[in-house]
Ligand binder design. Structure first.
Ligand code: NAD
Ligand code: TYD
Length: 382
């Protein structure tokens, strides 16, 4: 029996038979308040929404922490349907003012401290932003009613699996890191506000995202950046942990579907159903880079480092997505090979974006996490 009481089922289970087409008929958002929209997934979601729904407008409410970057949205900043508000979701007054001024029909809450390693170094910002911030938003939605409150959660709330098993939406929440505990707490608050006050909450729990604009503290962009700079590739432990990877655009469509067709009070797993161990991911990046830059390019090697997560390092995540496939008519479209090639190509073409980040706060963080190896700008060409 796998840990956590997770059901052991075959990978990529057959979709359920009930398959209603999602439609905007029962929900016609005109204005979305998107929190954390200057981060990785939020900025991809804003771009996706503005492209796909010409009659929707977006208010991006973001504190601009180290992970928030308005460069991620340069191409939409002059769109008349886009507004940026700098603010903290844990700040009642500012959140209340934003809702009362813009009167959104939907809140999509991406805003969070999102990196497991940072949560192990200091849990406090995670409690403040992820738990208290979510509660402030929920309270604001009581005072300024909305049609949907979409909470962006994570597969990490389920805790870890061993080599077999898969998490369903009914699996217990057994988080192991301060990050995942704060996300689980936020979800439970959402559930409680649905049950107690009828706040129209829907939750998505997605697996590991990758794609353009991801902050280079996470595995895939960190490895791409290091490889392009000729720096060693720091793999924790033996690199055997398994993650289920989803290309960010597929998650954005899943979030859109959950917004339009999700049942109130329900949670939906959203995953690429593509499991890989970390070492294989790093090797895939190197193979794609070699293909793009030529076989003679010198690329750095893997450096196995002592695992900074210790016992809190979740071994494996795996999600069944049959509920989202059946009830939201959603499925991922992008193969890992295609998504990773697009991602590597994007980072190669956006060296200035990366260089601006690695010259800032990131530099001190990197030194503290990985030791003396210094980060420097990417060369113009590899
Ligand atoms: P990110 O770290 O790239 O971006 C987070 C954004 O939230 C930043 O723009 C930051 O400035 C903003 N923010 C942080 N605290 C805030 C606050 N108190 N008030 C307002 N804004 C604040 O994160 P991401 O990878 O884009 O993740 C977005 C959401 O998706 C998070 O809730 C995360 O838990 C969840 N998630 C991420 C992944 C993943 O693989 N990246 C997987 C599953 C779920
Ligand atoms: P990460 O991208 O931080 O996502 P998460 O912890 O939320 O799954 O890490 C993905 C995996 O990669 C995780 O098992 C830790 C591992 N990892 C490394 O081996 N080296 C690194 O430098 C980083 C950042 C992560």
């Amino acid at each position: 029996m796998p840990k956590n009481g997770a059901r052991s089922v075959a990978k990529n289970p057959e979709p359920r038979t009930r398959r209603p087409e999602p439609s905007a008929q029962n929900l016609a958002p005109r204005t979305l308040l998107i929190t954390g929209g200057a981060g990785f997934i939020g900025s991809n979601f804003i771009r996706y929404v503005l492209d796909s729904h010409k009659d929707w407008s977006v208010v991006n409410f973001d504190k601009l922490t180290y992970a928030g970057n308005l460069e991620n949205l340069r191409d939409v900043e002059n769109d008349s349907r886009y507004t940026f508000l700098k603010g903290d979701i844990a700040d009642r007054a500012v959140v209340g003012a934003a809702l009362s001024e813009h009167k959104p029909q939907c809140i999509v809450n991406f805003a969070a401290e999102s990196h497991v390693d940072r949560s192990i170094l200091d849990a406090s910002p995670f409690i403040e932003a992820n738990i208290r911030g979510t509660q402030v938003l929920l309270e604001a939605a009581r005072a300024h009613p909305v049609d949907r409150f979409l909470q962006i959660s994570t597969d990490e709330v389920y805790g870890a699996l061993g080599a077999t098993g898969v998490f369903t939406e009914e699996s217990p929440l057994l988080p192991n890191s301060p990050y995942s505990a704060s996300k689980a707490a936020a979800e439970l608050l959402c559930r409680a506000y649905w049950k107690t006050y009828g706040i129209p909450v829907v939750i998505t729990r997605s697996s590991n995202n990758y794609g353009p604009y991801q902050f280079p503290e996470k595995l895939i962009p960190l490895m791409i950046g290091n490889a392009l700079r000729g720096e060693e590739l720091p793999v924790y432990g033996a690199g055997k942990q398994v993650r289920d990877w989803i290309f960010v655009e597929d998650n954005c469509r899943g979030i859109e579907r959950a917004l339009l067709a999700g049942q109130l009070g329900e949670a939906y797993n959203i995953a690429g159903s593509h499991e890989m161990c970390n070492l294989d991911v790093v090797e895939a990046i190197l193979r794609i880079l070699r293909g793009l830059t030529g076989p003679t390019t010198k690329l750095p090697g893997v450096k196995f480092i002592s695992d900074p997560r210790g016992a809190a390092h979740d071994f494996r995540y795996s999600l069944t997505t049959s509920k989202a496939r059946a009830d939201l008519a959603w499925e991922p479209f992008t193969s890992f090979e295609e998504g990773l090639t697009r991602t590597v190509t994007w980072y190669m073409g956006h060296r200035e974006w990366v260089n601006a980040i690695v010259s800032g706060e990131y530099r001190a963080y990197y030194k503290m996490m990985y030791g003396e190896s210094d980060t420097h700008s990417m060369p113009e060409k590899t």
